[in-house]
Design a binder for this molecule. Sequence first.
Ligand code: SF4
Length: 274
Amino acid sequence: MDLLKSCELCPRKCGVNRLEGEKGVCGIGGKPVVSSAFPHFGEERCLVGSGGSGTVFFTGCNLKCVYCQNYEISHLMAGEEMEIDDLMRVIESLENLGVENINLVTPTHQIAFIMAGFEKAGRPEIPVVYNCGGYENPEVLKLLKDYVDIYMPDFKYGFDEIALRYSKVERYTEYALESLREMVKQKPQPILKGKVLVEGVLVRHLILPNNVESSLKVLELLKPFKDSILLNVMNQYRPMYRAPEYPEIDRRLSVKEYTYILESALDLGFNVIN
Ligand code: SF4
């Protein structure tokens, strides 16, 4: 929890004292805020298995994506503030439902609470998934070594100027790559039990309309990691939240754009899953 005294949990490094109630860009202070928790059957098949993925949706976000697909939670801050013990009870109740894993959705800015809870109550016996936006502080990731089994970062952009335009962050590619390097160092190979992933790194890339160049650049940046990671090339973009203010992304993805990126990923030899 000391990490919250001068917060550098993510690369924004706001330096605010969240334990005193100060808030940085993510909008979360000194207590966990959770929007919902339930067995999710819409995640990647290797996470869903038969019991579903035990998702915990954390409120707020360190990214400010103008097209956010979960903007009620991330931007409009829908959620309930709770104590760390309550958060652990939420996680325990998911485990008792027989989910395949605990899937921490957008945990980056709340990870100090999760670590403190696991330290006190013990970590779940099932795999823990760190399902994040990819804009991570690698020094913080090093602390997660014993708490996280599956890293599931987004790799959103191939170019920093696009990251700045759509997510209001600087040096995205540098931090995303450095973070991925640390994740792969910790989990060098995907490990499956039957058809269910129990350890590894699964990278998600949501293709944006009119952004084929950026997606191709993402594949180029990911190429050195291709033998260590699973890759999900996602086509479910919807023009939500403030997307209409950015005309080029104010439409659904075309089949042609999706097929082109998917085939490029396969041609490069990625282990593509969905
Ligand atoms: S986690 Fe929040 S307060 Fe901390 S550095 Fe990131 S945006 Fe700022």
